[in-house]
Design a protein around this ligand. Sequence first.
Ligand code: CMC
Length: 378
Amino acid sequence: MEAPLKVYKGLEGIYVLESALSLLDTENGKLYYVGYDVEELVAKSSYEEVSYLLLKGKLPTKAELEAFVEKLKGEMQLDEKELETVRLVSKRSSGMDALAAYFVLTGRGLVDDGSPMDQAIRAIGKAGSVLGNVIRIDGGEDAMYPDPSLGVAGNLIYLVTSRKPEPYQIEFLDDILILHAEHGVPASTFGAVVAASTLSDVYSSIVTGIMTLKGPLHGGASEAAYQQFVEIGDPNRVEAWLEKALSERRRVMGFGHRVYKIYDPRAKIVKAMAARAAAIAGGRVKALYEVASRLEEVALTKLAPKGLFPNLDFWTPMVYTAVGIPPNYFTAVFAVSRIVGWVAHVLEYWKDNRLIRPLHLYVGPPAGQKYVPIEERH
Ligand code: CMC
């Protein structure tokens, strides 16, 4: 007898591709990019170097990194025409939508410009400069020219705050960008690869990735976690808030992960950063951190036995706030960072492309329904 057909809802536990980009060690709570422990990369590397690692599959020599950074700096520039496009997309939309709209509007003109690798590097360079300006415009400022000499992280903070960032702010955002750069095939990367498998172009894959990252079950969780800390407001209110939330079957945002059933290795690193950010920045960051710390403590007693632990989105709100990113833009910063993961997967997938076309199990009415003219239907 034939086995009944099975639908793998959410593709849980299904391998959909081979990749040499990241290893999620879900037993020991470790994450590796191309074999390198992400904790070591955060401590010793930069977002630029990690981008090279993911795109080229090896760490660069000094000369290779210098050449790569020079190329990236060139792409981080926005000329007057590009700034005009940023103003246009910012007028009609904001956040992730504006970032995606920029790539929709400019992508067509760029698909024939350079190899897919060139286009990937261009997208990584442009993204932070575009988003920084989108945030400026949303805050009532005019667009301005980027400062690529500050690097991807520093330039983004500079555009958002109109000030040369403090070294600790650059370090924080650079670390956050490294931690968000790649993570196997979550929904957004899978979306990007599905688009690429049709032999669409690099920019179309990025747009698909951005729009798929947006939801609160994926990248949007950091914004939702921030709102949750604000809603709680005070560490003394955590117990009552949690009891009510769980009784209403609400989810603790920033808790749980489809793949990690132990503490997310990225969250461990961001937790330490959030503590440092609270100590350095004080004020609002400290207040948020105190609520988050208490919530973690209380929520773990209820959720850890179910394999639910903080993910990185639980702790990033404090770090984003310390570097000046407004809460409604947390997810868009995640997108800027993850572009490298998306394009690295796309380039890898194209080495042996196969159109992604799964099947659906039909459960509708039997075939052969009689078409009744509209006048005779009731
Ligand atoms: N708070 C409370 N209960 C939860 C939570 C949570 N955050 N997450 C899962 N559960 C419960 C869920 O209600 C269910 O309980 P029961 O079996 O009693 O019905 C059980 O845990 C299993 O839930 P699930 O939805 O089947 O688990 P999943 O593997 O599909 O969920 C998740 C993964 C990330 C969607 C989920 O944990 C969640 O919604 N978390 C909150 C949103 C969040 O923080 N997302 C960020 C993910 S990490 C960053 C990224 O990759 O973008």
